[in-house]
Unconditional design. Structure first.
Length: 408
């Protein structure tokens, strides 16, 4: 199986797909799957742009809307995770994962799927210690604080991934696992990115949560993006233990290392994206403590015995099938011939894919619940100004805006 891996997409689907088609032609080969490591920017319309945390000069429709509308169709099955520059209102609709457009699948805030006999897992967002133990308190439309905190990784989602016992072949994260630079040529890295030096020395470059997942899951491959450079590492998990091949890639700009083709041993095709039985069992088991306010999840009362839950999920999937529910449009699509999208559509939409998956798992729909205001947000006031709570001092300095004008 040939899998293409892409760093930060930044909504430039057209160029990534064209590059892959060129590589296929030049190398006389066939690519089976594209994986994107975040900053995908699944922007459907002008309303989605409001939930995208980027400087105004980068706030543009780009090309995802063509694939959402059906004007274009992704030429390869595509799986992506979220980063820190996303249409967060749309991704919240698909919190559990689902088709963002035909043939383009979002893994969710955290998720595992199968592609052929390959298991692919991932976690969306970036790590921020201030919000890690909080719940998912943000709701669209986002204010000046929640438009940033909404993409911060939460302990609840990581804890679910830590329950995975069966082997993961490929794992995706947007930011790098903290300490991963120990396993590669970090001297060459800081020669190219000198401002990483202090954080590498202080062991603050990257995600503590991702490092915990790397240690537990020990996937064969781990792919990341976020820092806009290529970096490779080889992690040896104990003496004689398994190895993880780590690769971080750049963003989609000509002349940059934003794509890599990887050969993965697998069974013969045809291949298609399918639900993962173990992951859906974990999702069902933990949904009762899904934290939807600033208060974090309480894991103490969760029954970690998965056998009965796993058998229940298996019977449901065998009856219904393992293919994800079909893509459904939930918002109007951008029309370049019109100046503005119809305002009659609500900002928040219930996604039928999410509703169907929850019905399959016998779970209630909770994503549009609105707790009392005092429980909703950790911020003292919705009118608090950026910077008053140290909000610009993210753990990773290029977390939201790069210094040079040609990057985002």
């Amino acid at each position: 199986m040939k899998i293409a891996v892409e760093g930060c997409m930044h909504g430039d689907l057209d160029n990534v797909y064209k590059t892959l088609q060129h590589l296929e032609k030049v190398n006389n080969t066939k690519i089976d799957l594209l994986l994107c490591c975040g900053d995908f920017q699944a922007v459907r319309n002008e309303e989605d742009l409001k939930s995208l945390n980027v400087p105004l000069r980068y706030r543009s429709m780009n090309s995802f809307w063509k694939y959402y509308s059906g004007l274009e169709v992704a030429p390869y099955p595509t799986i992506f995770i979220g980063g820190n520059h996303e249409a967060s209102n749309y991704l919240w609709e698909l919190y559990y994962g689902g088709w963002a457009a035909p043939n383009i699948y979002f893994l969710g805030a955290a998720g595992v799927v199968r592609f052929g006999n390959i298991r692919i897992g991932g976690v969306s967002g970036i790590y921020n210690a201030r919000h890690y133990k909080l719940g998912h308190f943000e709701r669209p439309p986002y204010d000046q604080n929640t438009i940033r905190s909404v993409y911060h990784v939460r302990e609840y989602d990581v804890h679910k991934l830590l329950q995975v016992e069966e082997p993961i072949h490929i794992f995706l994260s947007h930011d790098w696992p903290v300490g991963i630079t120990d396993y590669g040529n970090w001297k060459e890295l800081i020669r190219r990115k000198h401002f990483f030096k202090q954080e590498i020395e202080e062991r603050t470059l990257g995600s503590k949560a991702a490092a915990q997942l790397l240690e537990k899951l020990k996937p064969r491959y781990w792919f990341s993006a976020h820092l806009h450079c290529k970096f490779a590492a080889l992690v040896q998990h104990g003496e004689g233990g398994p190895q993880t091949k780590f690769l971080a890639l750049d963003k989609c700009i000509a002349g940059r290392d934003f794509l890599q083709i990887v050969d993965i041993e697998s069974e013969a095709g045809p291949y298609e994206i399918q639900y993962d039985e173990e992951w859906l069992a974990i999702t069902r088991r933990f949904n009762s403590i899904f934290p939807l306010t600033a208060k974090g999840a309480d894991f103490r009362d969760v029954d970690l015995e998965m056998k009965d839950c796993r058998e229940w999920v298996r019977s449901r999937l065998q009856e219904r099938g393992y293919k994800p529910f079909e893509f459904v449009k939930t918002a109007p699509c951008y029309n370049p011939s019109q100046s503005k999208t119809n305002d009659s559509f609500a900002v928040y939409h219930r996604n039928p894919q999410t509703e169907s998956l929850l019905q399959l798992l016998g779970l209630p729909y909770l994503l549009d619940s609105t707790p009392e205001l005092k429980d909703l947000s950790p911020y003292p006031s919705p009118s608090i100004q950026r910077g008053h709570i140290g909000y610009d001092s993210e753990d990773i300095p290029i977390d939201d805006v790069d210094d040079d004008d040609d990057e985002k």
